[in-house]
Design a protein around this ligand. Structure first.
Ligand SMILES: N[C@@H](CCC(=O)N[C@@H](CS)C(=O)NCC(=O)O)C(=O)O
Length: 208
């Protein structure tokens, strides 16, 4: 039995940043195992034995239990803390934003960033139509966020929650996917508010 959590994660990944940021804000110690998907590190037999879905992040509990899916980690780790509302409806709204993030936002905003920025060697294989498709749908997702954040400080209720962490992860680096955040003043102000939260650390932070 280990004495801390182990997180398999990749520094440049927003999905991996979500649990890193939350664990840092909750003061939960963990060991970070850098797992570079650009080098195929999630496709080794050893890694697939841990996560058959061959993706990071992957969280290993001190007692050996495993959890994949970044937003599942946020919900698990935030249970009983100020980062997850206790009110039933507000919790449902947190889930609403987490599902939105995985279905409408991440597949456009993160994928555009991945092809244009994280894997620059792949850039030559991307067609202008693909880029336009990601940007059109990604801007629609950003517009949904803007509608909420133009009039509210946080995505759910009146407090910073795991909904903000989940959406912040790829929104704050959306410029690297060719998105113009200047078009979204509500989102731009929210990005500054998230970065001012206690215990905040940036995308590339990992425990020493
Ligand atoms: N829905 C998953 C997505 C995880 C994901 O796509 N991870 C990427 C890095 S951001 C990955 O491991 N890719 C491995 C590969 O494509 O080979 C989550 O939120 O955790």
């Amino acid at each position: 039995m280990a004495d801390t959590y182990t997180l398999y994660s990749m520094q440049n990944s927003g999905n991996c940043y979500k649990p890193r940021l939350l664990m840092r804000q909750l003061g939960i110690p963990f060991r970070n195992v850098e797992t570079d998907t650009r080098k195929g590190a999630t496709h080794t037999a050893e890694f697939i034995a841990l996560n058959p879905n061959a993706r990071v992040p992957l969280l290993i509990f001190p007692d050996g239990r495993k959890l994949s899916e970044s937003n599942a980690m946020l919900l698990y780790l935030a249970e009983g803390t100020k980062y997850l509302p206790t009110d039933r409806y507000e919790r449902a709204l947190v889930n609403q934003w987490l599902f939105f993030e995985q279905y409408d936002h991440e597949p456009q905003v993160a994928v555009a960033r991945s092809w244009l920025h994280v894997f620059p060697d792949r850039k030559a294989r991307v067609t202008p139509e693909q880029i336009a498709g990601w940007q059109d749908k990604g801007n629609k997702a950003l517009a949904v966020m803007e509608k909420r954040l133009a009039a509210n400080e946080w995505l759910v209720g009146s407090a910073y929650s795991v909904a903000d962490i989940a959406l912040y992860a790829y929104t704050h680096v959306a410029g690297e996917g060719g998105f113009d955040l200047a078009r979204y003043p509500g989102i731009s102000a929210w990005i500054k508010r998230v970065a001012a939260q206690p215990g905040y650390v940036g995308l590339f932070w990992q425990p020493s």
